[in-house]
Design a binder for this molecule. Structure first.
Ligand SMILES: Cc1ncc(COP(=O)(O)O)c(C=O)c1O
Length: 429
């Protein structure tokens, strides 16, 4: 690996370079980061001195403070700054203190945990739910507890990294993103060969930003006797008449074996959940190692009780979000930029080259816009992109600023433009 080309390498190349111990890998990785920084292409872990919101004040290298329009947050409804949500967190902290002191099984299970579990189950009109410290853990711990060496996980290739992590103790097959034909082929080929087969998909995919054809997936699962798990981290609060996500959009509340998700996006806090039947949830409470041997959500999580209320009580946040999504996506499409198949609050501009994505991000930042470059392994190299998320709290002024910045950037980089597409309707909200 000494011949690694640092300018084209990806994070993945440093995971386990043959013959190199942790210190040698870290040294090589430091050189890689320094190389990116020298080209102005490093925009990870930029420090914000302000909290989450449509604008951020960034402490850029050299201690310059720069106010930018932020497109990096999944706080889709702006609830992390909603006064009632913040107040609920404060009251939770005042009532219960700042920590839970123990894992849930041995003393760290509080009234607010039970309330959030019950409210989360009711939100999805299901029997039971349980909490984890993050959406990542909810996924990885659940799959790890349920699927073992006799079982098979069948993953859409584009599912979140946490689902892959959960599959380390089981057998794994993947199918190309949203390719139902390939999924059916795997189901047919593996019939009778495993104790349990579980199809694992996202509701809204975090990089393609599109939706799983969940109705068809459920039909295939029933036909071939497989279970279905859906991680709808990016759909909840955004998709569906009542903001219950992709499961609601397809009218499948009863049909999905496991719904997982996070409180860290539209619900404005942190923490993860799993929703399922009562027996499965009771089993997971004592078999998911990350729940038994780790504390769960802190008392500030009382914020979540308020944000679950607000999804119903203040529907205008979702309406505002969709006005912004449609406005912004139409603006990018009008510039001829490639926004892929996005049908959510995540809107990429696909550059097709990691270097172009990095250079676009550098120019956007210069123009006062913070967006992130995404490359392999999160997406294939040819699908490298600039990833942006729209929120309900962006104003027209913010979005116009970003669109102007994109026009300037695309001209400067001589980016390929598509033929103009007709504006997408807000049909799926
Ligand atoms: C689809 C998906 N699932 C799960 C997660 C993890 O959620 P959390 O940040 O709560 O760990 C993410 C986070 O980016 C995600 O995009």
């Amino acid at each position: 690996m000494s011949d690694l080309n640092l300018s084209t390498a990806t994070f993945k190349d440093f995971e386990n370079n043959t013959g190199k111990g942790p210190n040698e890998r870290a040294e090589l990785f430091s050189r890689y980061v320094a190389d990116w920084k020298s080209r102005g292409h490093w925009n990870y872990r930029l420090e914000s001195v302000s909290g989450s919101g449509p604008e951020l004040e960034l402490a850029l290298p050299g201690s310059k403070l720069k106010t930018v329009v932020s497109l990096v947050s999944s706080d889709y409804l702006g609830f992390s700054r909603h006064p009632a949500v913040v107040q609920a967190a404060i009251e939770g902290l005042l009532k219960y203190g700042s920590s839970t002191g123990a894992s849930p099984a041995i003393g760290g299970h509080y009234t607010y945990h039970r309330e959030i579990e019950e409210r989360t189950a009711a939100f999805f009109s299901r029997e039971s739910a349980m909490l984890f410290t993050s959406g990542y853990t909810a996924n990885s711990a659940t799959i790890q507890a349920l699927l073992r060496s006799d079982d098979l996980a069948i993953l859409d290739m584009a599912v979140h990294a946490s689902m892959y992590e959960g599959c380390q103790l089981t057998n794994l097959r993947t199918f190309p993103h949203n390719h139902l034909g390939k999924l059916e082929r795997i189901l047919a080929e593996t019939a009778g060969r495993y104790r349990t087969r579980m199809i694992i998909v996202d509701g809204i995919y975090s990089q393609p930003a599109d939706m799983a054809p969940l109705k068809d997936i459920v039909q295939l699962a029933r036909k071939y006797g497989a279970m279905v798990a859906v991680d709808d981290a990016h759909g909840v609060g955004v998709i569906g008449e009542r903001g219950r996500g992709v499961v609601e959009h397809f009218g499948l509340a009863e049909e999905i074996d496991l719904i997982t998700g996070t409180f860290s996006k539209a619900l404005g806090h942190i923490g993860g959940y799993v929703v399922a039947n009562r027996a499965l949830i009771n089993y997971l409470k004592f078999q998911a190692r990350q729940h038994i041997f780790s504390v769960t959500m802190t008392p500030a999580a009382c914020a979540v009780l308020k944000s679950l209320d607000l999804i119903d009580q203040e529907p205008w946040w979702k309406e505002k979000l969709w006005d912004n999504i449609v406005y912004f996506k139409t603006g990018l499409d009008t510039l001829g930029l490639d926004t892929g198949n996005s049908c959510s609050a995540i809107i990429p501009v696909i550059t097709g080259s990691p270097a172009l994505a990095a250079e676009a991000c550098r120019l956007l930042l210069e123009a006062g816009v913070y967006a992130t470059q995404i490359g392999y392994p999160a997406v294939a190299r040819r699908n490298a992109r600039v990833r942006m998320s729209v929120t309900a709290t962006h104003t027209r002024e913010h979005l116009n600023h970003v669109l102007n910045a994109w026009e300037w950037t695309a001209n400067k980089l001589n980016m390929k433009r598509k033929e103009l597409c007709p504006p997408q309707g807000k049909s799926i909200s």
